[in-house]
Design a protein around this ligand. Structure first.
Ligand code: FES
Ligand SMILES: [Fe+2]
Length: 448
């Protein structure tokens, strides 16, 4: 059954707090998502620290499309579709590197990103047989690699949208910006002072891609899943648990008009008292105390927040405290996704501290991380058990805390659902429905 013949209200009913299982298993819905969501929304594609020098490149994805992030001579980042314009071969098959041009291995068309050779990044500059076989009649300027029209570098993170009419990234982000900043800024509060450590982890999970952003946006009550890792204790300090006690009350804060949400603290103007962390490593402990003191001085009375876990619609999530990471959930068919993890550290953190953090990241996250593997198990079994003929007839239940969220003063359009609620999942699926209904940007962004 195609998406057109269905009522989207039937698939996502915010009023009754239900979401159809078809969203998690149906191929037609999935194909429509690639068009209506991944073809339009702002998507995280990488981090500038992965391509520090001119002509560095990093292979990324937007939906199922392979894209090349490349930096030009002046440092500007471009996003090019990694598919030859002749017969579609991938012109780049390395995860990262440095190249001024990409030559297709199939018939040898070559595309340049060097402004001394090409007027546009990705321009077709070399075609074997151009004189003899094409009789110089091929319009090379018209057959360059497809270039993503909207690319933004926000505090080192690179975002892109295929939609020329997409709103400015900061409008798309809204006041969720504060929570993203809490992950991207240096621990001492200075802007964008982070970089990716140790490359990118990528792995596939047999689950629908939406399970992950839904979990990050506000699933504050699945601790039962992590019981074993809490007993083992993998945190930065001695003792049981996954994390050090951060000493703050985290709330479910969502942005109904934008589809983003966070498990975090409300905006405040002063640092909470310092909580000792990393007590297993005197060097890391001292470092974190020192950056804490600098942050208190640097931010003064500026407004700040704390981000536990969060999602930016549609498929990017992040942790702002421990472990500090960015995640992308790439769709890979209705019942599979490819998950990517980037790990952030302060740019000037000493080597010992980076090493302690790297070990903690690996204990916690990624395919071998003890916490992430719990989540992966839930998502993959839930997908498997939702495929069946009978299972598909019964929607998922999202009724927790309906009608109890309250507006947040000082955060535009935000609501606070309290400590534990499914409000943010409802916000996420409502946004999903709006995109899938093909609404225009003026309606999506409330500009009527
Ligand atoms: S597919 Fe690339 S040159 Fe033919
Ligand atoms: Fe979890």
């Amino acid at each position: 059954m195609s998406v057109e013949t269905r009522s989207l209200d039937h698939l996502v009913s915010i009023e009754s707090g239900t979401v159809s299982r078809e969203l998690f298993v149906n191929r037609d819905i999935y194909d429509q998502e690639l068009e209506s969501i991944f073809g339009r929304a702002w998507l995280l594609v990488g981090h500038e620290s992965l391509i520090p020098n001119p002509f560095d490149f990093f292979l990324s994805r937007m939906g199922e499309d392979s894209v090349i992030l490349t930096r030009d001579r002046k440092g500007e980042v471009h996003v090019l579709l990694n598919s030859c314009m002749h017969r579609g071969m991938k012109v780049c098959r390395y995860d990262k590197g440095n190249a001024r041009s990409f030559t297709c291995p199939y018939h040898g068309w070559s595309y340049s990103v060097d402004d001394r050779v090409a007027e546009q990044p990705g321009q077709l500059v070399g075609v074997p047989g151009f004189e003899e076989h094409y009789h110089c009649q091929l319009d090379k300027k018209a057959w360059g690699l497809v270039r993503c029209p909207k690319v933004v570098n926000y505090k080192g993170t690179i975002w892109a949208s295929w939609d020329e009419n997409a709103p400015p990234f900061l409008d798309y982000l809204g006041d969720m910006k504060l929570y993203l900043d809490a992950a991207l800024d240096h621990r001492d509060g200075s802007e964008g002072g982070s970089e990716v450590i140790g490359g990118v982890q990528r792995w596939r999970i047999p689950c629908n891609w939406k399970f992950a952003p839904e979990n990050f946006i506000g699933d504050h009550y699945h601790n039962i899943s992590h019981r074993s890792v809490d007993l083992v204790g993998i945190g930065p300090s001695a003792g049981r648990g996954r994390r050090d006690n951060e000493g703050f009350e985290s709330l479910i804060i969502g942005f109904p008009e934008l589809g983003h949400g966070v498990i975090g603290a409300l905006p405040h103007y002063e640092e909470r008292p310092y909580h000792p962390a990393y007590t297993n490593s005197p060097v890391a402990q001292e470092y974190h105390r020192e950056v804490y003191e600098r942050r208190v001085r640097n931010l003064g009375k500026e407004r700040r927040v704390l981000t536990g876990a969060a999602t930016i619609f549609p498929n990017m999530s992040f942790h702002g405290i421990q472990p500090r990471t960015l995640a992308i959930f790439h769709p890979q068919g209705p019942t599979e996704m490819e998950m990517w993890r980037f790990y952030l550290v302060d740019k000037d953190a000493p080597p010992e501290v980076r090493d302690v953090l790297r070990h903690y990241f690996l204990r916690y996250s990624g395919p071998g991380g003890l916490t992430e593997s719990d989540d992966m198990e839930n998502w993959s079994y839930a997908t498997e058990a939702s495929k069946g003929r009978m299972a598909r007839r019964h929607p998922y239940n999202y009724q927790m805390g309906m009608g109890y969220a309250k507006p947040v003063e000082g955060l535009k359009g935000a609501v606070n659902g309290g400590d534990t609620t499914e409000e943010n999942a409802r916000i996420f699926y409502n946004r999903w429905r709006q995109f899938m209904e093909g609404r225009g940007w003026s309606e999506l962004m409330g500009r009527n």
